[in-house]
Write a new protein. Structure first.
Length: 182
């Protein structure tokens, strides 16, 4: 079966399909496509764990996993790391703000007391004070729309910007320790 992969939309590089095997209690095969030049990548799909499709859980076959990764690549559907690397500053700000608000709103597993936790809950507090979110409403909110309204507030924009600055600085420190061998 010949699989046609489009060139990388970011750099024009050659795309290549991969199967990475991870061994834990059994071998798990992860299928994905990656650019050989810039590293842009699709999400990884496996044939071991069920994924939700149309509200039902389904374990992919090997052919389905391959077809899904090829379809993702050819339709410009990439993993989060790839998307973040290629976003504009404004798109990153929107994405991170939505990610933080989702963590506080849906009660995602975030270390209590961490900068991520503190920032997320501050965002939720502002959204609730501005009556953009209310737990008692029973509504299913479009958090992307809430974020766009929140970012018009200079306090919120500064809060998210300082969170991002701290994360970038933290990443650099970790990277420097590794480079210095400390």
């Amino acid at each position: 079966m010949k699989i046609g992969l489009k060139p990388c939309p970011y750099c024009g590089g050659i795309a290549k399909g991969h199967i990475k095997t991870v061994e834990s209690f059994k071998k798990i095969h992860n299928y994905y496509v990656v650019c050989t030049e810039c590293g842009a990548s699709t999400e990884r799909y496996n044939t071991e764990f069920a994924m939700s499709q149309n509200g039902k859980f389904h374990v992919l076959t090997h052919k389905e996993a391959i077809r899904k990764t090829v379809n993702d690549w050819n339709n410009g559907i990439f993993d989060t790391k790839t998307k973040l690397l290629h976003m504009t500053g404004q798109e990153k700000m929107l994405w991170h703000t939505a990610d933080l608000l989702k963590a506080a709103w849906y009660g995602a597993n975030v270390l209590v007391g961490s900068l991520r936790w503190e920032t997320a809950w501050e965002l939720r507090k502002v959204a609730e004070e501005r009556k953009l979110l209310s737990l008692s409403s029973g509504k299913d909110y479009d958090l992307e729309k809430v974020v766009k309204v929140l970012l018009d507030d200079s306090h919120v924009a500064e809060l998210v910007a300082s969170y991002l600055d701290a994360n970038v600085a933290g990443d650099c420190k970790v990277g420097n320790r590794k480079a210095d061998g400390k």
